[in-house]
Design a protein around this ligand. Structure first.
Ligand SMILES: [Zn+2]
Length: 67
């Protein structure tokens, strides 16, 4: 896996960004992040400003997405 294979999900309660597999990003909400968290919003790519470039990317998703 690489960061470009993921979409950026957002946990609306915490504001934390999580990585969602791009191939599941077209499914209805909520989405399961690769760390197991449930996210209510998917917005853009994980390797963009809403994901890895955001203020609070999930450390588990960062580690898992960079495998
Ligand atoms: Zn996560």
């Amino acid at each position: 896996m690489s960061p470009s294979d993921h979409a950026a999900g957002r946990d609306q309660e915490t504001g934390r960004a999580h990585a969602v597999l791009a191939e599941t990003a077209d499914l209805p909400a909520p989405w399961a992040a690769i760390c197991g968290a449930s996210v209510g919003v998917v917005q853009g790519r994980w390797n963009g400003p809403r994901g890895l470039g955001s203020a609070d990317p999930c450390p588990d998703c960062v580690r898992l997405s960079q495998g």
